[in-house]
Design a protein around this ligand. Structure first.
Ligand code: PEP
Length: 254
C-alpha cells in the first residue's frame, strides 16, 4: 500500500449474475466494514442489468456500485451501448474502462479508452482505467514500455486522484490463476506511478493504482502489502461474497 492513500477493493462481475446473485451483494454490503476496516472503500462493478438494483442495495453501505464500460457519447444512435450518464442514473459511482476483455473483444484503442474516461467524468463517475501487458509482450521484455504507452494514450490530461483509478492487470494473469511475482508487481506499479507523475505531476502521488489478475484470498495479503499497490481489482473471486470479503480483510491488517 502507499501511505496516506485510501485503499479500494473493486469487484468486476463481468458477464456473470442475475437476480439470484443479489444476496451476494447484500452480504458484501453488510460485511465490508467489518472485513476491511473503516479506512477502505469498496466497489462492485455489476452487469448493467443489475446496476439499478445494485445501486439500491449498496446505497447506504461503504461499497459503491459500478459499471463495466460506457460509451463516449452522452446519448445517441448506438444500439446496445450504455452512456456514462445512464450508469450514474442507476446509482453507479465508478465505471471500468479499457478492461483487456474490452480492448480485445471490442478492439478498443487507447484513444477509445481515454474518451470513455472523459465520458465517465462528464457524468460524475470515477473511471477505473485498466492497463496491462499480454503474455507475448511480457516475454519480449516489453512490459514497462507497454505500460508507458497505455498511460500516455489511455489516461486523459484531466485525470486527478479524485476522478481516476488505475488498474494494472497483466492480461495473462486475468482468470488464469497465474500472478506475477511480488517483485514484478512492485516494479510495474512503481513504473506506473512514475509515468503518472510525468503526465500529471504531484496529483499522481495520491492516485490509487490497483493490482488485478487472479487475486484470491490466499495471495491478497502479499500483493496488497506492496508499495504502490493501493487496492485490488478482482474478477472471479468477487462473485462470492465470502472470497471478496476475505480479500478485503487483507487491507485491514495494513
Ligand atoms: C478482471 O477481470 O479484472 C480480473 C482481474 O479477473 P480475475 O480476478 O478473475 O483474474
Amino acid at each position: 500500500m502507499t501511505p496516506a492513500i485510501r485503499p479500494l477493493i473493486a469487484g468486476n462481475w463481468k458477464m456473470h449474475g442475475t437476480s439470484s446473485s443479489l444476496p451476494e451483494l447484500k452480504a458484501v454490503a453488510s460485511g465490508f466494514t467489518n472485513a476491511a476496516g473503516e479506512g477502505a472503500e469498496g466497489v462492485v462493478c455489476v452487469p448493467a442489468t443489475l446496476l439499478g438494483r445494485a445501486g439500491e442495495i449498496l446505497a447506504a453501505s461503504p461499497v459503491a456500485a459500478g459499471g463495466q464500460d460506457c460509451h463516449p457519447a452522452p446519448n445517441g444512435a448506438h444500439t446496445g451501448d450504455i452512456a456514462a450518464e445512464m450508469l450514474a442514473d442507476c446509482g453507479a459511482r465508478y465505471v471500468i474502462v479499457g478492461h483487456s476483455e474490452r480492448r480485445t473483444d471490442h478492439h478498443e484503442s487507447d484513444a477509445d479508452v481515454a474518451s470513455k474516461a472523459e465520458a465517465a467524468w462528464r457524468a460524475g463517475l470515477i473511471a477505473i482505467i485498466c492497463v496491462g501487458e499480454t503474455k507475448a509482450q511480457r516475454e519480449a521484455g516489453d512490459t514497462l514500455s507497454v505500460l508507458s504507452g497505455q498511460i500516455a494514450g489511455s489516461v486523459p490530461a484531466g485525470a486527478t486522484a479524485g476522478n481516476t483509478v488505475i488498474a494494472y492487470e497483466p492480461v495473462w494473469a486475468i482468470g488464469t490463476g497465474l500472478t506475477p511475482t511480488p517483485e514484478d508487481v512492485a516494479k510495474a506499479h512503481a513504473h506506473l506511478r512514475a509515468e503518472l507523475k510525468k503526465k500529471l505531476g504531484d496529483e499522481a502521488n495520491a492516485m490509487r493504482i490497483l493490482y488485478g489478475g487472479s487475486v484470491k484470498p490466499s495471495n491478497a495479503a502479499e500483493l496488497l502489502s506492496l508499495l504502490n499497490v493501493d487496492g485490488a481489482l478482482i474478477g472471479g473471486a468477487s462473485l462470492v461474497a465470502a472470497d471478496f470479503l476475505a480479500i478485503a480483510s487483507a487491507v485491514k491488517s495494513k
